[in-house]
Design a binder for this molecule. Structure first.
Ligand code: HEM
Length: 488
């Protein structure tokens, strides 16, 4: 489209004066007929759309994914058909609990949201920088988030709310241990790993399914911040991580991640000692060794932050043929939650925005709706089946049926699901220095919390490992007997 040499209104009529409003005489009052002033004020009043209810503060960049490992026997997705294939992608990294203007260096998991524009449609992997999560049933998600956000009375973030929830939700212990470890505050968005966290699936043309977990290992090396370093940076620059990512890419230092995958044959899920669809668990690498399958590289900064980073809409349900979900209850809920959030936050036609639009042809029967800014399908037939050459189903790429069993009901997610083993394993895996950092970080966060909540949480640590419980207790000046007595 031709660019206009002069300023115009949204309707394209020339703006003759952008400094002086129309007034009755040089000293005012103003005239209602000043359409340009009205339009300018009205547009400004509507500049904000709601921020994301979680993960509001973020940074994004464009890049590529290049396939380096052969996955063709596991999936018919064309992206993985041969080594050397590549696609364009967009990444958005974020903190979880803070608002749009909050500090980048908070102790918080980091969102690791990726949109791969494959030739068969978008593949979105909406993960975190940690391999596990705080809860395993989506019914608890909004309560968990409320406990991390602001106190309804004071409007302040509140340690008591956080530890009240965590101490009453022992399934959170593995993720809490990760969060308060030395890995809990990344030094930059370039120096952290990403994980699908959930189990997903791959399926092939023969109808075979494998369960998979995705890993993105930073090739810049893992670097982290201590509480003191993070606080000092936040005092100087709330946008430290956003600035660092932008500056590195502008300098031509393109961050890269090694993409890896853990693969489990479908039937193993029936007998594996660890619940394979429990988001609070990892699959130990000795059981399912990660395999290198690609390199992700970020190479281009957004040209417009709002259009690209704010309007980006990721959804775990976006998967080309050959890739699928799993019975993980959290993932199942997220399949619905994200598009629902986008319809509210951006509007029904969010998928047609340039940042979200697939880089392959699209052919749907969706029409109309607010902010329809493309051709709306023109005069093409808008119902199906039809006799006028409209698009038809691609039945050759049907996901194989999934075996299900069991009676419908509400099952206690703690039954048969150990909450402590992997949290304890993580603690035992740490060096003495890492353990000391973890214990110190936890004691600092628990100090302002009422004693009965401290005791309840100390018992959770103790159940994972006696040294874990006693280490935090000692730093809080609490006798271990009191903690254990609580259990009796
Ligand atoms: C953002 C819901 C669990 C990663 C969001 C948003 C919602 C949401 C509503 C805002 C979306 C938007 O406005 O664009 C949920 C629910 C969950 C859940 C209901 C559990 C039942 C998780 C888990 C992960 C995760 C387990 C990581 C493994 C993210 C990321 C974003 C996000 C990375 C930001 C995406 C972006 O950059 O736009 N979540 N979430 N969430 N969530 Fe979740």
């Amino acid at each position: 489209m031709k660019t206009c040499p002069h300023q115009t209104t949204a309707a394209g009529t020339p703006v003759t004066d952008n400094q002086n409003s129309q007034s009755a005489g040089p000293r005012g009052p103003l005239l209602m007929q000043d359409y340009q002033l009205m339009e300018k004020m009205a547009h400004f009043n509507r500049e904000r759309m709601p921020e994301r209810v979680v993960h509001a503060k973020g940074a994004g960049a464009h890049g590529t994914l290049t396939i380096t490992g052969d996955l063709s026997r596991y999936t018919c997705a064309k992206l993985f058909a041969k080594v050397g294939n590549s696609c364009e992608m967009f990444a958005r990294f974020s903190t979880v609990a803070g608002e749009m203007g909050s500090a980048d260096t908070a102790r918080d998991p980091r969102g690791f949201a990726l949109k791969f524009y494959t030739e068969e449609g978008n593949w979105d992997l909406v993960g975190n920088n940690t391999p596990v999560f705080f809860v395993r049933d989506p019914l608890k998600f909004s309560d968990f988030i409320h406990s991390q956000k602001r106190d309804p009375a004071t409007g302040l973030r509140d340690n008591t709310m956080q530890w009240d929830f965590w101490s009453l939700s022992p399934e959170s212990l593995h993720q809490v241990t990760t969060l308060f470890s030395d890995r809990g505050i990344p030094a930059s968005l370039r120096h952290m790993n990403g994980y699908s966290s959930h189990t997903y699936s791959l399926w092939n043309a023969a109808g075979e399914r494998h369960w998979v977990k995705w890993h993105f290992k930073t090739l810049q090396g893992n670097k982290t911040l201590s509480n003191e370093e993070a606080a000092a940076i936040a005092g100087r620059d709330l946008d430290h991580h956003r600035r660092d990512l932008h500056a590195a890419i502008a300098r031509g230092e393109f961050p890269k991640w090694q993409v890896q995958i853990q693969i489990m044959p479908e039937r193993d899920a029936d007998t594996y000692r660890i619940h394979p669809f429990d988001l609070t668990k990892v699959w130990p690498h000795r059981d399912y060794p990660p395999m290198d399958v690609g390199i992700m590289e970020l190479k281009r900064n957004p040209r417009n932050y709002f259009a690209e980073v704010e309007q980006a809409a990721f959804e775990p349900g976006n998967m080309p043929p050959g890739m699928g979900a799993s019975p993980d209850k959290m993932l199942q809920a997220r399949l619905l939650s994200y598009p629902d959030a986008h319809r509210y936050r951006i509007g029904i036609n969010y998928a047609a925005l340039p940042i979200n639009k697939p880089h392959c042809p699209i052919s749907t029967y969706h029409r109309d709706g607010q902010s329809r800014f493309d051709g709306n399908g023109g005069g093409a037939v808008n119902y199906q089946p039809n006799s006028f050459g409209g698009p038809v189903e691609a039945s050759s790429v049907k996901e194989p049926p999934l075996r299900l069993q069991g009676d419908a009901g509400r099952y206690d997610h703690h039954d048969g699901n150990d909450d402590y083993q992997q949290a304890g394993d993580l603690f035992r895996l740490m060096s003495g220095g890492q353990q000391a950092q973890l214990l110190g970080n936890l004691a600092e966060a628990l100090r302002p919390v009422p004693r009965f909540i401290q005791l309840r949480q100390l018992l959770q640590f103790y159940r994972a490992d006696a040294a874990y419980g006693s280490g935090v207790a000692q730093r809080l000046g609490i006798a271990l007997d009191e903690v254990i007595g609580k259990a009796a």
